[in-house]
Design a protein around this ligand. Structure first.
Ligand code: BG6
Ligand code: MG
Length: 215
């Protein structure tokens, strides 16, 4: 990977350990609806929007609901999720993230957030992460969810760089697909089995030496 000018980070499950709270909140809702929803099923929810996540859960349970009920259920899940994230502390920032983003801040590489979450600003502000980013593209700024590349293309545009000059960090299959569709390099954070389409996969930031990546 050379000629890299920018890094675009996904938020949930990449910078902060919030993917587990999304799962717990969806699990609670699935239990209420008597839907059997597993950790494996949850992989399909990663990176996709709130309403699409609900649609996947309802599909698993073979349940059809009207839009008003669906929007009430999505709100209910979000209320539980927000309860979790209002209690976030710096310990919920994933290991190695702060040294990694500090080293990039000291370089001439720009940083953007590219997340589907409408709660991104709440999380970034709560954990004092907002000021690291030169651009923030979140769920309030996009109309098409990952695997559509919109969120990442908007990030590159805001940073005034070309897609081929960007590396995306992602923990979700849908996010890796979005980065590839955007014409960007992609580094998976998590399991190689799930993120096999990424250019490289690391289990976390503590394993990454940034200078070596750019060789
Ligand atoms: C993504 C998560 O970052 O944000 C998804 O990986 C989540 O699981 C999506 O559904 C939307 O988040 P929110 O906070 O707007 O419901
Ligand atoms: Mg994620």
């Amino acid at each position: 990977m050379n000629n890299i000018k920018a890094i675009i980070f996904d938020l949930d499950g990449v910078l902060v350990d919030t993917a587990k709270y999304h799962y717990l909140a969806w699990k609670k809702l699935a239990d209420e609806l008597n839907i059997d929803f597993s950790v494996e099923d949850n992989e399909r929810l990663k990176g996709v929007s709130r309403m699409q996540s609900l649609d996947i859960i309802l599909e698993i349970g073979s349940i059809t609901l009207d839009n008003i009920t669906k929007s009430d259920l999505a709100q209910k899940k979000n209320n539980w999720y927000v309860e979790y994230i209002t209690k976030l502390t710096p310990d919920d920032i994933l290991p190695g993230v702060i040294p990694f983003i500090k080293s990039i801040k000291n370089s001439n590489i720009k940083m953007a957030l590219g997340s589907a979450s409408k709660n991104s600003m709440l999380i970034l502000n709560k954990l004092n992460l907002t000021n690291y980013f030169d651009a923030i593209i979140d769920g309030t700024k996009v109309s098409k969810a990952k695997p559509d590349p919109e969120v990442f293309l908007k990030g590159a545009e805001a940073l005034k760089v070309l897609p081929c000059q960007c590396i995306v960090f992602e923990d979700a299959e849908a996010g890796v697909e979005a980065a590839i569709s955007a014409g960007m390099h992609c580094i998976g954070i998590g399991s190689e089995n799930i993120l096999k389409k990424a250019d490289l996969v690391f289990s976390g930031f503590t394993d990454i030496v940034f200078d070596k990546l750019l060789l």
